[in-house]
Design a protein around this ligand. Structure first.
Ligand SMILES: CC(C)(COP(=O)(O)OP(=O)(O)OC[C@H]1O[C@@H](n2cnc3c(N)ncnc32)[C@H](O)[C@@H]1OP(=O)(O)O)[C@@H](O)C(=O)NCCC(=O)NCCS
Length: 148
């Protein structure tokens, strides 16, 4: 596999299958807007042989902070270490852009994602009660990238 900048042409290839192949909370219009936002950087993971899109992730940069907008691996390719590789690359990109804090929010029930973030050193900084559908809470997490 290899990781590249995500282009609109990549989005066009997956936009009709976002819910079935990636995750059911995706809204293609929001993803397209995020991708076109000049303050965001999106990466895509592809299979080296077939070029199939295996996952994608994006951050939005505001001054020296960045927010992880999403990270998602194709449903049938999870648990293979691809998310970890993508996260590693996202953190490197944040470093290259002199980001000091990488922030994210995650559903309290999404233990796989929470484990992934903790394994990279993200720390919980807060909680937004009943943030998702007025039911599940959002855990807010930060990764301090440079000491300051
Ligand atoms: C979260 C997600 C991106 C992880 O990607 P992945 O490729 O499946 O994860 P990896 O195989 O790289 O595993 C990375 C870490 O995640 C955690 N993890 C992965 N699978 C897990 C499982 N079944 N149970 C618990 N933790 C798990 C572990 O901490 C693992 O590290 P380890 O192998 O050193 O223990 C993926 O599951 C996904 O796309 N989920 C749906 C979208 C989503 O919820 N995104 C996050 C919020 S936007």
């Amino acid at each position: 596999m290899y990781i590249d900048k995500m282009k609109i042409s990549d989005f066009e290839l997956i936009k009709n299958n976002l819910k079935s192949d990636f995750d059911d909370f995706w809204n293609e219009n929001i993803l397209k807007q995020e991708l076109l936002n000049t303050d965001s950087i999106f990466l895509v993971v592809k299979d080296t042989i077939s070029d199939e899109i295996l996952g994608f992730a994006g951050i939005e940069i505001v001054l020296d902070e960045a927010e992880l907008m999403n990270i998602v691996i194709r449903k049938n390719k999870r648990g293979l270490g691809i998310g970890k590789s993508l996260m590693e690359k996202i953190i490197n990109i944040a470093k290259e852009n002199n980001i000091k804090i990488l922030k994210l929010e995650v559903n309290e029930k999404n233990l796989i994602a929470i484990n992934l973030y903790k394994s990279f050193g993200f720390k919980q900084t807060g909680i937004r009660e009943k943030y998702y559908n007025n039911h599940d809470s959002a855990i807010l997490m930060d990764l301090e990238i440079f000491k300051h």
